[in-house]
Ligand binder design. Structure first.
Ligand code: NCD
Length: 289
């Protein structure tokens, strides 16, 4: 991870100077997206193209053979014979691992259902390092949909590598972090507490990581409606945060962060999204160059 972060930093600088190298010339990446995406897909595609590589892309099952009933495994076998790596986003948990098991080329998980989203976690961790200058002794508050939020799950796995950090997990009891991730934190001896109250944790937080309630994972609209506005971060909430603390969000944000917060320099979500471009460049180089 450290070498990825160093390379991402270097690529960001080179981009600023208009001197990005064509390290991925002659390589082709396939983006298979069976769920909506803006940042993840477009940052992978832009990263590939800016480093001289090419992309082939399928978004939504409608325009691919999935619409004819082809299995993901068959699609991946075939696409893997055309390209050098596959980026996959799919609604089923475990789909990326299943695809990797049959693919002749590397598969990058760009989100498998409510399970994980590892490249987001890498760019999140790099953002924390850039913004706060360290990855130890941090008090991190995670708030929102911790049950279905795959970015939270993956970030927890990485944060567990830094056991001097302490977590406060804020959610409705019914949307709390799944046991497998809590067990992971316990094994790593990372301190964490669970609560449904956001206010108390704010004054000592170095970082608040807010997430969207994952509407698409709920059984009914009514159930979603019950949770969607439970935590709203507005100026009043920001006033309780330390001056040097930051607010992150993987985006898209809905009502959980009020637009009035955008003017606050501690709101880092757009810098975070931009970091995704360079982190994914570094990752693609590692896999393909
Ligand atoms: C996230 C996702 O798709 O899991 N978006 C992203 O990749 N930045 C978060 C979300 O959809 O809420």
């Amino acid at each position: 991870m450290e070498s990825l972060f160093d390379r991402a930093q270097a690529l960001e600088k080179l981009h600023g100077q208009g001197r990005l190298p064509k390290t991925l010339q002659g390589r082709v990446l396939a983006c298979l997206f069976y769920e909506p995406s803006t940042r993840t897909r477009l940052s992978f595609e832009a990263a590939m193209q800016r480093l001289g590589g090419g992309i082939v892309s399928v978004s939504g099952a409608v325009s691919s053979s999935a619409a004819k009933g082809e299995s993901l495994a068959d699609t991946v076998r075939v696409v893997g014979s055309y390209v050098d790596a596959i980026v996959l986003r799919h609604p089923e948990s475990g789909s990326a691992a299943a695809a990797a098991a049959v693919s002749p080329v590397p598969v990058i998980n760009a989100g498998d259902g409510s399970h994980e989203h590892p490249t987001q976690a890498l760019l999140d961790l790099w953002t924390i390092k850039k913004e706060l200058g360290r990855l130890k002794n941090l008090h991190i508050v995670m708030v929102g949909d911790l049950l279905y939020g795959r970015t939270v799950h993956s970030l927890i796995l990485l944060l567990a590598l830094y056991p001097s950090c302490q977590l406060t997990l804020v959610s409705a009891p019914t949307l709390s972090l799944p046991d497998e991730y809590k067990n992971f934190l316990r094994k790593a001896s990372t301190r964490f507490e669970e609560t449904d109250r956001l206010a108390e944790a704010l004054s000592s937080a170095d970082l608040v990581y807010a997430t969207r309630v994952q509407k698409e994972r709920f059984r009914s609209e009514a159930e979603y409606e019950q949770y969607k506005d439970q935590y709203i971060i507005n100026q009043q909430v920001m006033a309780k945060l330390k001056k040097q603390a930051i607010l992150m969000h993987p985006l898209p944000r809905l009502s959980e962060i009020a637009p009035e917060v955008d003017a606050d320099a501690r709101f880092a979500a757009f810098r975070q999204a931009k970091n995704g471009l360079y982190l994914r460049m570094a990752l693609l180089e590692k896999i393909l160059a």
